[in-house]
Structures are given as C-alpha cells and as structure tokens.
Design a protein around this ligand. Structure first.
Ligand code: ZN
Length: 369
C-alpha cells in the first residue's frame, strides 16, 4: 500500500504548436524560437525531474505503463461524433478543435494516454491497490465538455476515470474538488444533472471560461445542489484559499459523504502564474493537499486521487507540485521554496485578506454552508 504516481513520457510529447502565450502567432505577433503555447511540457517534466533529484519519486509507487483509455472508456463521456472528428483531425496532422485547444499529429492517441493515466490512478485507489495516487496527465481535462473541447483540454480525463470506476462497480459516490485557478466547466457539464458526483470548483472569478463558474450554478434536476462554484476575487492568496477550504469545501464534502475524492489539481493559482492573478505559494498547495488528505481519511478511508491540470510557470510549478505530492504521500522530503521567501511581501495585506475572508463567508451563506 502506497502512493502511486502515474506518468507516461508520451504525455510530454503532446504539442500545441507555436503560440505566444495563448495567442496564435501571425500579424504583429512574432514567432517564438521555441513553441510558446503556455501549456507546454516543461511545467510537467520539470516537476518529475525535481522529484527525481530530491528522491521523492523513489518513495512512490511509480507507474509509467498504464494503458491508454479505450474508445469504450471515452464513449461513457464523449459522443462518437466528437471522438471521430478529433481522431480524423489528429490523423490528418492536427489543428485546433476548440477554443485554445490545439494539438499536432497523433494528439488523439496522446490524449487517450493522458486520460488512461487518470483512469488507472482512480481504478487503483478505488480497488484498494493503492492508498492514494497522483496522475501526471497531459493534456489536461477539466475544461473539456462532452462535445466541446477548450482551454488546452481535449478529453475529460477525470470524468472518464470516474465513469470507468463506476462501470466496474468500485465507486458509487464521488466528489471532485477543482482547485485549478480556472473554472472546472467540463467536469461540471458532465455531472451537472446528477447527484452521484458532487463537483466543487474554486476559481478566479471571470477568468476562464469568462462566462461560467457563477455561484448561482448549483446543478439541475436530480443534480440540483450538487454543483458548487466558489468564484474567488483576483489577489486571493494562502489565507483566502485555506479559508475557502475550511469554511466551504470541507463542510460540503462532510455533508456529501463521498466514497472517493478526486482533485483537479492545477497550480495556476500560484503567485507567478502567467494565466491568473492569484497569490498562492508552494506551501499553500502542500496545505491544501494535507487538508483534503485529512478530509478523505475522515470520510472515505483516505481514498484520494490528485489529477494534474493547469499551472504555467516553468520555474514554480515543480515546487508547488512537489509540496502537494510530499503531503499526499506523507514524505518528509521537501524541496525548499526560495520564491516563497523572496516574494513574501507580495502576499495580500491583512486588510485585504479580511475583505477576502468576508467575501468567502458571504458566499458560504449563499450556499447555506
Ligand atoms: Zn487552469
């Protein structure tokens, strides 16, 4: 029994082409010497590199041979028409299949491997083969709706993994906590009218997608009350995130009593991320993980899977991820975070933190929590 770490070299080979940030090159936007799409392999590859150098990966059950998700696995979430269109474009050399959803030749097969890592991690924890697990999936998945890929996401990794575990009868009631800084619209869309999967998203208000993630979106039909959006104000940092966890997330999970918790684990709420304006540190991601691990221990025998989503600072994501995975596994190995000390003065002022906490309290009241 251990913490599993699911990864595959080919996930680092997914390529979205030459962009400047999220803007395609052309016109006055000059090509970059190296592919400039913000979602690039380095954030993920350097996280694993750091774990190898500190020795953290040696304490984990490293699994690099998980099978790709099968078409049957994908069809539980995505319609055949979407899968066929994605596969055809992939075979033809790649392209852009949705808003900010580019890929190159073979992108379909790599996306199926990425989904397969998530699926295998959830399966291993659901069956009790592992205590908990981390899936270094790439491309990410939480923005991908059944027929609407977007935001670098081509398949709904977490939903595919949950549906596979449910089909095998290994889980009945799952909670998804999405702390990627962007709204988990894809996971929300898959489960919006269902009460057997609780979806919770903490995100920067109005970031991406610009028009989703409102607190009023609580689910529909049988799913009414089983979707929670907590749109946080730009500038939120460690204190606000921990308050959101303790004031909203933990009470909501405790009331729901899941069989398993899956985290859409993005690191783009960090203080140096180019695609958001939050101020979390590596310590924050370690403490978020410790809090959710303690909650899983109380509610569902510790059954917890973290699935890698966003996070776009090549230099800082490795330290954020290392802190999270050390907490997940209970390892004493740390990777000292020099940016934390260098940027302490950038944390929100006490007065702004108090304002942020009050806004979270107000949202908790709206959610009746
Ligand atoms: Zn994100």
């Amino acid at each position: 029994m251990a913490t599993g770490f699911f990864w595959n070299e080919q996930c680092f080979w997914h390529s979205g082409g030459n962009y400047a940030g999220t803007v395609p090159i052309g016109g006055l936007m000059q090509p970059l010497s190296a592919g400039g799409l913000t979602e690039n392999p380095e954030t993920k590859r350097r996280l694993k590199n750091l774990m190898d150098v500190t020795g953290l990966s040696h304490e984990l059950d490293m699994r690099s041979t998980a099978s790709a998700a099968t078409r049957q696995d994908l069809l539980r979430v995505h319609p055949a028409s979407y899968l066929d269109a994605f596969k055809a474009l992939s075979d033809a050399g790649g392209g852009e299949i949705g808003h900010h959803a580019p890929f190159s030749q073979g992108g379909y097969e790599i996306a199926a491997i990425s989904a397969g890592l998530t699926l295998a991690a959830i399966d291993a924890v659901a069956t009790g083969a592992l205590d908990n697990a981390y899936a270094l999936s790439r491309p990410p998945g939480h923005h991908c709706e059944p027929e609407n890929p977007q935001g670098f996401c081509l398949l709904a990794n977490i939903a595919i993994g949950i549906e596979a575990a449910r089909a095998k009868g290994n889980v009945k009631r799952v909670a998804v906590l999405d702390w990627d800084v962007h709204h988990g619209n894809g996971t929300e869309a898959v489960f919006y009218d269902r009460d057997d999967v609780l979806t919770i998203s903490l995100h920067q208000e109005g970031n991406y997608p610009a028009t989703s993630g409102a607190i009023a979106d609580r689910g529909a039909g049988k799913g009414e009350g089983y979707n929670i959006n907590l749109p946080l104000l730009a500038g939120s940092g460690h204190t606000a995130y921990m308050h959101a966890m303790n004031r909203v997330v933990v009470p909501a999970l405790t009331a729901y009593k899941p069989d398993m918790i899956v985290v859409a684990c993005g690191y783009d709420a960090s203080m140096v991320d180019p695609l958001a304006r939050m101020q979390c540190t590596a310590e924050t991601f370690g403490m978020l993980t410790q809090t959710i691990k303690d909650t899983a221990a109380n509610l569902c025998d510790g059954k917890l899977v973290l699935v890698h989503e966003g996070g776009y600072s090549e230099t800082y994501v490795p330290f954020c991820g290392h802190a999270a995975i050390a907490a997940l596994s209970g390892s004493a190995i740390s990777a000292p975070d020099s940016l934390h000390d260098a940027f302490q003065h950038r944390q929100p002022s006490p007065a702004f933190d108090a304002f942020l906490r009050q806004s979270i309290d107000d949202m908790a009241a709206q959610l009746s929590l």
